[in-house]
Design a protein around this ligand. Structure first.
Ligand code: NI
Length: 386
């Protein structure tokens, strides 16, 4: 028997087979954010078969399970379960059976890993020094599933919470762990410049919103290059512009939207302030009016230093190679939990592959077993530490 599994009393071969089976099923049946009904039912069935308690919560999709004493301390582990509207092009034997939907972000891997950890923890339930809540979160891609889980208050009495994302940058057997932010605050903005429509031959009779919108696009580039500290990380991208519909009419309005990404609260505030200032003043300079709509997404992730050190020790104990997670300006709604609960969000190497969200993306199922063992041990020893 694998020595890491001795504490859990589980046969390695048996466990591998079980979680791989779950992974293949999930991969074949991808469901989009807030539509994860079959996924939820399937995962619940697997846990119920092991007599793992499912908590009664007002979640339409996704759920929370519980193992342990039912008393303090409490550690939560979280996986997400939703897929993407992408047509799979991997030719895998277990490829998506639903045209136009795919687990292209590896959330099927996350769910099977955390399910495997749950099996292991159930097997040594009597030895647990507290409680573990296992969150199967819906709608990470939406994003907002994390907020739905938080709203149920099921995490109000939790002392630590850990999560994972698969990484196609790391080989199987490697784990990425880093304190602080590993993903960015993701904000979205939409701006409409309102002018006055007129004949293209008589611009003086109107107010041209196209000139205003163009001026905004170039001026907004100065936020990163001129306003931010050169050592900080910030990004502003304009990704969509619309204005007018023919060659000889100056339109009434012009529209643009884009995204701002930052890694700290103060940088996030500064970028937002500057976008509003530039919109207002560019509008004024061009005699237009700017209407700005700001849609705040998740904050940056914020990994706790102590839990990261602890996770590194556990990773080494189970034979994983520890690397530093490369920072990404992508978003991750696990960050909402980290505003309230300390913990570590780690990257599990699933073998080099096409990037996340690519139709050719795939994970190596060999990464499931070591990841499940890592999480089970992280929780078991974590409870002893608290
Ligand atoms: Ni993802």
């Amino acid at each position: 028997m694998n020595k890491d599994l001795e504490v859990f009393g589980v046969e390695e071969k048996e466990l591998k087979k079980e979680i791989e089976k779950v992974f293949y099923w999930l991969h074949r049946h991808p469901e989009l954010s807030y539509e994860e009904h079959k996924t939820t039912d399937f995962l619940k069935e697997q846990l119920k078969a092991k007599e793992i308690k499912i908590l009664d919560l007002p979640l339409k999709t996704g759920f929370v399970a519980e193992i342990g004493t039912g008393k303090q301390p409490i550690i939560a582990i979280r996986c997400d379960i939703d897929a993407l509207p992408i047509k799979e092009e991997t030719c895998l034997e277990y490829c998506s059976e639903l045209n136009g939907k795919m687990h292209a972000c590896g959330h099927d891997f996350h769910a099977s890993t955390i399910l495997g950890a749950a099996y292991l923890l159930k097997n040594c339930e009597k030895e647990l020094k507290g409680t573990v809540r296992i969150v199967f979160q819906p709608a990470e891609e939406a994003p907002g599933g994390a907020l739905d889980v938080l709203e149920t208050k099921v995490l109000d009495d939790v002392q630590a919470m850990h999560g994972l994302h698969c990484s196609p940058l790391f080989d199987v057997g490697t784990i990425g762990i880093k304190k602080g932010a590993v993903t960015a605050a993701v904000d979205k903005f939409k701006i409409t410049f309102k002018g006055k429509g007129t004949h293209a031959a008589h611009p003086n009779d109107g107010i041209d919103p196209i000139v205003a919108v163009s001026s905004f696009v170039s001026t907004v580039q100065t936020i990163v290059s001129r306003n931010m500290n050169p050592f900080s990380v910030a990004l502003v991208s304009i990704t969509h512009i619309e204005g007018g519909n023919t060659w000889n009419v100056i339109p009434e309005t012009a529209f643009l939207e884009g995204t701002a990404r930052t890694l700290t609260v103060s940088d996030r505030r500064k970028v937002k302030e500057r976008i509003f200032e530039i919109a207002e003043n560019v509008a004024l300079a061009n005699k237009t009016r700017a209407e700005v709509e700001w849609i705040a997404g998740p904050p940056p992730t914020d990994n706790d230093e102590k839990w990261c050190l602890f996770a590194k020790d556990i990773a080494k104990e189970v034979g994983l190679k520890v690397e530093t997670t490369p920072s990404s300006l992508g978003g991750e709604d696990f960050a909402y939990y980290q505003e309230k609960i300390k913990g570590a969000f780690v990257q599990i190497g699933t073998g080099k592959s096409y990037p996340l969200h690519n139709p050719h993306f795939k994970v190596d199922p060999k990464a499931l077993f070591p990841a499940a063992t890592f999480f089970a041990k992280l929780v078991k020893k974590g409870l002893e530490r608290l």
